[in-house]
Design a protein around this ligand. Sequence first.
Ligand code: SF4
Ligand code: SF4
Length: 375
Amino acid sequence: MHMEKEFAENMPKLGFGLMRLPRIDENTIDVEQTKVMVDRFLAAGMKYFDTAYVYPGSEDAIREALVKRYPRESYYLATKLNSRVANTAEEAKAQFEESLRRTEAQYFDFYLLHAIGESTLPKYDEFKIWDFVKQLKAEGKIKHYGFSFHHTPEVLERLLTEHPDVEFVQLQINYADWEDPKVNSGILYDICRRHNKPIVVMEPVKGGTLANPPATVRKILNEANPDVSLASWAIRYVASKEGILVVLSGMSNVEQMEDNLSFMKEFKPLSEEEAKTIERCQKVFRSTDQIPCTACHYCTPGCPMQINIPEIFAAMNQNLVFGEPEKAKEMYAEVLGAGSGRASDCIGCLQCEGACPQKIEITSWLGKIAEYMGE
Ligand code: SF4
Ligand code: SF4
């Protein structure tokens, strides 16, 4: 059965993204807090949980907070295989068994080729992962397969033509990136619709940016409705589109979850008036020069200079987006104080740029930041 029909009635639109779970410290997920969030999420009628082999500690945490505590058929669990961290086909395929072992989930409802981009796609092809996921499905170890995508419209068109049995696509869609020439949310969405593929949305709040947007955007939204959260606009914007299977929100605490549930439990699409308000915000974003980092941290593990790239970008964005130079310098000093290499330590090895799904010219930005910070 086509997935859209299968889930038309029984897929609540909010998904729990497990990439930014609450933490006790940098390396330890707060499992007790995660349990509280899982309980609230399921009690509100939601079902979809999204983890990945490469989210540190996430698959183990969801075993404890969800799999061991609820009947398997009461939720959907998605995870992902990532060719970026595999050197051979065997290593890539072994990720599946490892994900099963960590989660103890018995099977996955949704299984994805993770973060298809310039550096990962050749390895998915070379390692024959397309055939591998088909085989997993035939064996009943996964129910549905798809991929998450950070590449060009041309490549998406080609992949959906070459692999017509792919069942869904996960795309980065949010109102700020809809017309962004690097992300191309709108064009990618149209391609999936043409190929009749349901869409799972990631980064609806753009790594938190749209929960804390530039002052001009905040003003537009607050004036339109002072009683709702800024994140609610972003999530409802994407959930209102046709063909969306589920919108993943990477919730980090109970408060964020309560807010998301407050408007997604009984979801109402944006009204015409509200859609116009978002169009005004999109205009503001088109005119703002910021670093489009979503803080996914894919770039950091391989940096030989231990540069905390996303935190440094967040500091610089404080100036670019919010016009707060003093705060930007203060944040930069804090990142360095916590052990990060300096922007000027970058040796230009380009490891990070190959790993960045947002195709950010990281080395060029680090150069500009080093200059701005007076290094
Ligand atoms: S190019 Fe610079 S920031 Fe990127 S991984 Fe290499 S040293 Fe680190
Ligand atoms: S620079 Fe790119 S890879 Fe690194 S955290 Fe930001 S978006 Fe992710």
